[in-house]
Design a protein around this ligand. Structure first.
Ligand SMILES: [Zn+2]
Length: 581
């Protein structure tokens, strides 16, 4: 049986040209060799598996080569190169500081350093994990490191540069190795796969590279593991199964559900994920990076930060189109908070499920906010006008009617464009409105004494129709008052006083203070063709008699919450909660 050699060893680069992902370091070392400007000590820092030891070995081989080529690379044919290739060279000494960290070990090393090499020019000492040396060992090493014999070159390697004492740092040339990018890792694995006659799906290799998290050695070990599971056909499906990675598909389906406000689907998908044995925090973090990936797709400047295969990148771009940036920011906030609070939550499943519900509610909330903003703006205008014009009652009424008509015209205008760019539109609407109000007031001033008086009779049915029409017009802008109007039947007293019974004193106050009562009155006057019509808002005698709107019982509180948020009823129904009836 042929001996299996792991890919990380079998495909370890032998020249600087083949080093993956560290081209600038490789080039610098090559230049130094070419110019014969060798330092006595180098410090290679960087995460594990990114090529520190590989570069150190290539360096040792190259400086000892008898016939380096024009590019400054080792020839691979001379006696020294052959000795390196067969792992029998006496010019290279590797010491693992993790297991040889005492003063005694360093003294042995120093004794060794004094002996010049038999073949070749240099003895290269590679000290791996140098941060593991004891303080005493570091100090014992200092003198040799500062003034080594001319034939000695030290290459210290570490994953934790901050643990190296400054006196050592100042005696070394320092090289910082990068994490291997997903692209580089994928390209290298592709090369190996082709060499080994293994068929692969590009997505599969991307998943492997992502899992390796910047380490080429890890990427190759994972690749070996996957190949022994899949055989010669490495597919995306098999890779995610073997590595127990959550399929992107789940995140895409979830995000679609969030955008559509479909929390039921979201909860079902989450259950499916848990039933497959995935850890829930792993899922939360995955969802977090999914939102991040969608966000980087929103701009051409950041789209290159997306590190996935071409097919999945297409899916990301497609989904990014249906998610607004504001949606993604809110989603990231929610999921980050969920991740942060996960450990301390007493019911972790519920904790995540609530976050999923919140995510499903973003779209609805944003819609409400926009509506509220537009209402605020129009009401602000309305109040401004009332203050600005201390004229006679009749003409003031007339002005307000005109203003209201304008507002309605604006509302229609806004409705048609609000979906596209809501904020700009409402600001524009604001200034347009202010302008038109100014024009209107001027006109009204000139015909101040010409107010038309109307005094037609009306039936109860006409009143009811006008009443309902007003409620319908404002159903979206002022849902609370509209629903109060629909719930109450107006009563006509003394021929022209319309009584509006409300449940609570706060409602009466709000109706009067926000000028809504006035608006209703104006509307009724116009519809019923009777300018003597007055609106009287009364607190219902059968309802809440208390002056202050204190909520004593649970059902009061529930009613209050329903008024504040009409969506609550839907939630209650969906979760089959007690609905107070
Ligand atoms: Zn050579």
């Amino acid at each position: 049986m042929e001996q299996f050699i792991v890919s990380a060893r079998k495909y370890r680069p032998l020249t600087f040209a083949n080093v993956v992902g560290q081209s600038s370091i490789a080039q610098t070392l090559r230049n130094a060799i070419e110019r014969r400007q060798l330092a006595h000590a180098y410090l290679f820092c960087g995460p594990r598996g990114v090529g520190k030891t590989t570069c150190a070995r290539i360096f040792a081989k190259t400086i000892n080569c008898f016939n380096p080529d024009a590019n400054g690379d080792a020839c691979g044919e001379c006696e020294s190169c052959k000795a390196f290739a067969e792992n029998r060279s006496y010019n290279i000494h590797e010491l693992d500081a993790a297991s040889n960290n005492s003063v005694e070990d360093i003294r042995n090393l120093i004794d060794q350093v004094r002996v010049p090499p038999q073949v070749g020019k240099y003895s290269v000492y590679i000290i791996d994990e140098v941060h593991m040396l004891s303080a005493a060992a570091f100090n014992a090493f200092l003198k040799t490191l500062e003034e080594p014999p001319t034939h000695a070159v030290f290459i210290l390697a570490t994953t934790e540069k901050h643990k190296i004492i400054p006196t050592i740092l100042s005696r070394c040339q320092i090289y910082d190795f990068n994490r291997i990018s997903i692209e580089d890792a994928v390209a290298y694995i592709e090369k190996i796969a082709k060499n080994e006659n293994i068929n692969y799906e590009s997505e599969a290799l991307h998943v492997i590279a992502q899992k390796a998290d910047g380490s080429m050695r890890d990427a190759l070990s994972i690749f070996d593991q996957v190949v022994s599971f899949c055989g010669t056909n490495v597919t995306y499906a098999k890779v995610i199964e073997n590595l127990n990675i959550l399929d992107y598909e789940y995140y895409f389906r979830l995000t679609k559900a969030f955008v559509e406000g479909d929390y039921c689907t979201a909860l079902v998908i989450f259950d499916e994920i848990l039933s497959k044995g995935f850890e829930s925090q792993y899922f939360v973090r995955g969802l977090n990076s999914h939102f991040r990936d969608l966000l980087v797709c929103k701009d051409t400047q950041t789209v290159s930060l997306l590190e996935v295969g071409a097919t999945i990148a297409e899916s990301y771009k497609k989904q990014a189109e249906i998610c607004s940036v504001a949606f993604l920011f809110t989603a990231l906030d929610i999921i980050n908070a969920c991740d942060a609070g996960y450990k301390t939550s007493s019911n972790q499943r519920l904790h995540i499920e609530l976050a999923l519900c919140k995510l499903s509610n973003i779209t609805a909330l944003r819609r409400e906010e926009q509506t509220a903003k537009t209402v605020d703006n129009t009401e602000k205008n309305r109040n401004e006008i009332i203050v600005r014009q201390p004229v006679k009652q009749e003409s003031r009424d007339k002005i307000e009617e005109e203003v209201k008509n304008n507002i309605q015209a604006e509302e229609i205008k806004e409705k048609t464009t609000v979906a596209a760019r809501p904020e700009t539109v409402s600001i524009k609407g604001f200034s347009n409105l202010a302008e038109s109000i100014n024009i209107e007031t001027k006109e009204v001033k000139s015909e101040e004494n010409n107010t038309v008086q109307m005094n037609e009779d009306f039936t109860e049915e006409q009143l009811l129709t006008a009443w309902k029409n007003y409620a319908a017009i404002f159903a979206q802008k002022q849902p609370r008052f509209a629903s109060a109007m629909v719930a109450t039947k107006p009563v006509c007293e003394a021929g022209n006083v319309i009584v509006f019974n409300v449940q609570q004193i706060v409602q009466k106050k709000a109706l009067e203070e926000k000028g809504i009562a006035k608006n209703i009155c104006l509307y009724l006057q116009k519809e019923l063709k009777n300018t003597t019509v007055k609106l009287d808002v009364r607190v219902d005698q059968n309802g809440d008699k208390v002056d202050t709107p204190k909520l004593y019982t649970d059902s009061d509180k529930e009613k209050h919450m329903h008024e504040k948020n009409p969506e609550l009823a839907n939630f209650q129904a969906a979760f089959e909660l007690y609905d107070g009836k």
